[in-house]
Design a protein around this ligand. Structure first.
Ligand code: G6P
Length: 579
């Protein structure tokens, strides 16, 4: 949710800013802008995507600058509301990720004192407040203003005539890059990797000063040292590598991601928080929620441990039961609702575990213990390989807690994904591309997959799609079934097969076009399907993994056929850092 990037070094800053913002664009992409300090402050900003219309910004002169790519919260996406924002004199520039909750009161107060505002954003109060506090020492002025700001923010600030950039982190992610005579600041590590693998993760309340001399960090008025850490993601992983879209690349990386994650976890010690657990509450958002829901079926079935799953955004309205372990599942480790849920669990003295993909992310610092997935950087807004990696973590956990129930399938999971990736889905895509509405249905662990299939379809193709537990479809959605509403049914072999097969026949009897994913060679299923997509052999784990890949590819190819912006769907952002 918004990406910020800063460069401070000996070279011209603007090309670094443009490139950095392009890499961060997946965090928000409705407008962009940069501010570079030279004789004064030069600002260039406008509505749109920097990857489509920002090349000219690279011409701005100056060796220190800040930039922003926006996902609008306060004020429509337009040139005025784009960041950076300035004070009255145009000599202090600020970019911001997060929300200033008390901005309305601050704005009125500042207007009463004669400050003129040019945008509708919450952010603009910050440069005006700094303007009042600034007496030549930018870090001191920012430090004076911070206690007045309520909410979440990561800020970068520069001022005309100052050789320093100030970076602040308060409940919004901010990473510093320690390069060779160049220092960087960014919302996440992806734009930093290009320049250095050495990073510093700031803590909430840190105020960092970046200059060509180095980085100094203050916390609560005193200087502090934060460790420099090495990131093991490679630059190749943040490039498209010959694929037309990141999403396709990331789908095709999944066999490796699955193997890497399961292998890595096998070599790790079991977290102490897992010993003797009496119950589990999983909290997550979006795709991570669907993965968590699937985990619940497995934990209860194979480990006999009670498990609940809550949308992280709803968790604050519940009182968490007993002494359950609370597991926060978040690819980015920065989703605001999931962080709030973990904070609440801590307040209630629950043991907490994070499942995340990002080293040093906020959730890793909140939870008692972290299990890392090994998905590598995921750039496409629609999550794919991180879902598979989350499943890999859960399969590992369930296997561990059940003393080996899934062991044999874990070593072959990647093969099932690989086989699914070879399928030609064009007949199914032809059925979906003209639909205005679709349903995805499944039972048991395939119900969360139906939710995930529908989520993928709607977010990137913009076709209205709903995931349903197949048993619920007669309780309402049946009224909507008709020849232009295709249904994707997940019908693998197993306990639910007979009743699922009946459900498919019932839907077919209403003239519904049926896309059925089921066991290879099942004649009965093939006959009732308009399009039949065979699953490779194997058990539950293989069928879950293969079905996931098939649903992702179906959504991907449908979105491509419709000419959608697959990697950056309208209105969405990869990392939702506001509640
Ligand atoms: C956003 C992304 C989704 C993601 C969700 C949760 O909505 O677009 O792809 O599943 O956030 O993100 P997290 O990083 O917490 O897994």
């Amino acid at each position: 949710m918004c990406g910020i990037f800063g460069y401070c070094g000996k070279k011209k800053a603007a090309p670094f800013l443009v490139e950095g913002l392009r890499r961060l664009e997946y965090r928000g992409y409705d407008s962009f802008g940069i501010a570079v300090s030279n004789q004064g402050i030069t600002v260039r900003k406008r509505e749109g995507k920097i990857s489509l219309g920002g090349a000219d910004l690279a011409r701005v002169k100056g060796t220190m600058g800040i930039g922003h790519t926006r996902w609008a919260t306060h004020g429509v996406p337009n040139d005025q509301n784009a960041h950076p924002h300035l004070d009255c004199q145009g000599t202090i520039a600020v970019v911001h990720n997060g929300i200033i909750e008390n901005y309305a009161a601050l704005k009125r107060e500042l207007q009463d004192r004669g400050h003129e505002f040019r945008s509708e954003t919450d952010t603009e109060v910050i440069p005006h407040l700094i303007e009042e506090a600034f007496r030549g020492d930018l870090a001191a002025a920012v430090g004076e203003v911070i206690p007045r700001l309520e909410g979440s923010y990561a800020l970068l600030v520069i001022a005309a005539g100052c050789t320093e950039m100030v970076a602040v982190r308060q409940k919004s992610p901010l990473v510093l890059g320690v390069g060779d005579r160049a220092f960087l600041a960014a919302s996440d590590v992806t734009p930093i990797l290009e320049h250095t693998e050495r990073v510093i993760f700031l803590e909430d309340g840190d105020i960092a000063t970046l200059s060509t001399r180095g980085i100094e960090i203050q916390h609560g008025g005193t200087g502090v040292e934060r460790p420099v850490q090495r990131i093991d993601w490679s630059l190749a992983e943040v490039k498209k590598g010959g694929f037309p879209h990141y999403m396709q690349k990331e789908i095709y990386e999944q066999p490796e991601v699955f193997s890497l994650t399961t292998r890595a976890l096998r070599g790790e010690e079991t977290p102490a928080v897992l010993q003797g657990i009496r119950g589990v509450t999983l909290v997550a958002c979006g795709t991570s929620f669907n993965a968590a829901l699937l985990c619940r079926y497995l934990i209860e079935e194979y480990c006999g441990i009670p498990a609940r799953v809550e949308l992280a955004s709803e968790f604050k309205y519940y009182t968490p039961p007993g002494d359950y372990l609370v597991v926060g599942v978040s690819q980015s480790g920065e989703t605001a609702d999931t962080l709030a849920a973990i904070e609440k669990a801590r307040m209630h003295n629950h043991p907490t575990l994070a499942v995340t993909n990002v080293l040093g992310s906020t959730i890793t610092r909140l939870a008692d213990h972290t299990l890392y997935m090994r998905a590598g950087p995921e750039i496409s807004v629609a999550a794919t390989k991180s879902f598979i990696a989350e499943l890999a973590v859960f399969f590992h956990l369930v296997d561990h807690l059940s003393e080996g129930a899934l062991e044999s399938s874990l070593s072959t999971g990647h093969l099932a994904i690989g086989e699914a990736l070879l399928q030609d889905l064009s007949p199914a895509v032809d059925l979906c591309r003209d639909a205005r509405s679709m349903f995805f249905v499944g039972r048991g662990p395939f119900y969360p997959l139906a939710l995930e299939g529908a989520l993928k379809m709607k977010e990137i193709s913009y076709i209205h799609a709903e995931g349903y537990a197949a048993g619920e479809i007669k309780h309402g959605p049946f009224a909507l079934l008709c020849p232009d509403t295709p249904v994707v049914a997940l019908c693998p072999p197993g306990q639910a097969f007979p009743v699922m097969f009946s459900n498919i026949r019932e839907m077919k009897a209403r003239g519904t076009p049926m896309i059925v994913i089921g066991a290879e060679g099942n004649q009965d299923l093939q006959e009732v399907s308009d399009v039949f997509i065979p699953l490779p052999g194997g058990g539950l784990v293989s069928h879950v993994l293969a079905s996931t890949a098939l649903l992702q590819l179906l959504a991907y190819h449908t979105a491509v056929a419709l000419g959608r912006d697959v990697d950056q769907p309208r209105n969405l952002a990869k990392s939702v850092t506001v509640e």
